[in-house]
Design a binder for this molecule. Structure first.
Ligand code: HEM
Length: 154
């Protein structure tokens, strides 16, 4: 099924709301990820040596924002181009960073659950099944592209 205009709008609108609360939502996102997969802590340079998730850490915020923003871009492209397209350089970079950090398919699933829970929290009463499905689809396409690049480079 192709990505609809409504799905694209649901993703864009929810990201507009979430953008206003980046520090809190980034923290929530990492809290969710570590709750599901405590072992993921060792993967992140800004988490591995601390007992608590650091507040206001720029790297922590940057990773959360990248994941959200790129998923949002993925939604726009799925609608406008019918597929997820990102420049080869960006994809190569994403592939090599994650390969080097030892990220594997299960991690992408964990991050997906964390992402969806964070959107649910971020948008409050606007949350609905259609919004969840739209973000899921966009994230899956993006994650698949990164993982395909990782396989190529491995
Ligand atoms: C680094 C994006 C999924 C773990 C990065 C960087 C980007 C990025 C852009 C480089 C940060 C920088 O140099 O500024 C994404 C996107 C994802 C994704 C768009 C999914 C769609 C994941 C997953 C994991 C992960 C599933 C593992 C749970 C990491 C780690 C780093 C990293 C450990 C290095 C960060 C550090 O220690 O400073 N990611 N990522 N990423 N990513 Fe991801």
């Amino acid at each position: 099924m192709s990505f609809s205009e409504k799905q694209k709008e649901l993703v864009k609108q929810s990201w507009e709301i979430m953008k206003q609360d980046i520090p809190a939502l980034s923290l929530y996102f990492f809290t969710q990820v570590l709750e599901i997969a405590p072992g993921a802590k060792g993967l992140f340079s800004f988490l591995k040596d601390t007992d608590e998730i650091p507040q206001n850490n720029p790297k922590l915020k940057a990773h959360a924002v990248k994941v959200f923003k790129m998923t949002c871009e993925s939604a726009i492209q799925l609608r406008e181009k019918g597929e997820f397209v990102v420049s080869d350089t960006t994809l190569k970079y994403l592939g090599s960073v994650h390969l080097q950090k030892g990220i594997a398919a299960p991690h992408f699933e964990v991050v997906k659950v964390g992402l969806l829970r964070t959107i649910e929290k971020g948008v409050g009463e606007k949350w609905c099944e259609d919004m969840k499905a739209a973000w899921s689809e966009s994230y899956d396409q993006l994650a698949a592209a990164i993982q395909a690049e990782m396989t190529k480079e491995a």
